[in-house]
Design a protein around this ligand. Sequence first.
Ligand SMILES: Cc1cc2nc3c(=O)[nH]c(=O)nc-3n(C[C@H](O)[C@H](O)[C@H](O)COP(=O)(O)OP(=O)(O)OC[C@H]3O[C@@H](n4cnc5c(N)ncnc54)[C@H](O)[C@@H]3O)c2cc1C
Length: 403
Amino acid sequence: MKIEKTVAIFGAGATGIFSALLLCECGYSVNLYDKNPKIGVKVLLASNSGLNISNNRAPKVMASYYADKATIFEQLLELFSSQDLKQLLEENNIEYFIGNDEKIFIKDPNQLKTIAERLNSYPKFKFFPRHKLTAISNERRFTVESDGITADISDFDYAIIALGGASYPRTGSDGSWVSFFQEKNINIVDFKPVNCGFYTNWSEKLIQRCENNFLKNIELKINGKISKKEIVITKRGLQGPGIYELSIELRREIEKNQKAILEIDLLPNRELDEIARLLEKKSSKESLSNFLRKRLKIDKAKFLLLMEGIKNSEDVSLAKQIKALQIECLAPFPIEEAISVSGGVDFNEVDENFQLKKIPNCFVGGEMLDWEAVTGGFLLHGCLAIAKRICLAIEADRKCFTK
Ligand SMILES: Cc1cc2nc3c(=O)[nH]c(=O)nc-3n(C[C@H](O)[C@H](O)[C@H](O)COP(=O)(O)OP(=O)(O)OC[C@H]3O[C@@H](n4cnc5c(N)ncnc54)[C@H](O)[C@@H]3O)c2cc1C
């Protein structure tokens, strides 16, 4: 016979909701607290542009997208792979499809709205909206604030804390939990933006003529990392999928050298020699912009960006500039605008099951831990895989109790 156990989950985001579903399914009493009036606010926002929940790559390949935590994530992905996730979706009649770059999307993100109903159908599940976790006194006494009233809660055997990172604070994930973790001497690595835009020093002319122009069919490079995705020229700099994909490299380079040089190949399907030969054919009567547009299909935005980049390196041949235009990125856009963050609870503070070493039976999951990944379904899948590990650890512990 299984012993009746209660789990308090703080944070009804991707990690908290998935943990609640797994634990309810195993018969636990689950109390889910969030400072928002409803569950999953950031996930619902993310689903506005189609919910990219995971990635179809094999665990080993997928793990390489988790930067310096690749080894940890390789183990997590062996435990809960995208194959496992697809099976779970199928069992629950949630349709998905695989888009470009192996991204796994939920076909109809509206189906997510039924998760609240699903949770509420479990008799031992309770949701406590507008309940903000404000302090942890010890492993059995947590303080929450609701409608200006502060109360201690201690009616639980295990706690899962999944309060998110510090980007898009309007979704509730504002990183305000850092202070009460630090009060418990838990080391927190500073938050930094990931999957964000970067400031450049554009001329007024470029902004006036190219603001919000997309650049497609390009190849971006920084420190050996490559992206073939599109980018957008904005008033402040560059953003878009290609920039997000390289955001970890760009940010790290800026931390080291105060700036990062992004190399843009404006014609990735043409060889340097071929471009150089074609350029030799330009007559002095024809304008350069016309020639490049007609003969090399370099559109207005690419041409103006080329002219902008050339200013800094006039001694380099035009063909070389077209193949490796150097753009200086000066700083990431503010963290509030980033899709995700790095930083949070230091991995040295948790054991292999994400249990806090200083607070037994209290687990920490999701983006509030110090890991980072680019977009492509790696973020949500990372949160779900961590949730799975935590729930398995709780279940293993409960089974020990029954012996
Ligand atoms: C615009 C946008 C698009 C995105 N698109 C994708 C995508 O396509 N694919 C992908 O993989 N990822 C995407 N992400 C990232 C993904 O949404 C996050 O990585 C994921 O939601 C993080 O889950 P989490 O459980 O760590 O925290 P969150 O989902 O952020 O949830 C944390 C919860 O904790 C609550 N909370 C915070 N502090 C307290 C407190 N003190 N007390 C009580 N509750 C509190 C918050 O209200 C929130 O509900 C996107 C993010 C954004 C902003």
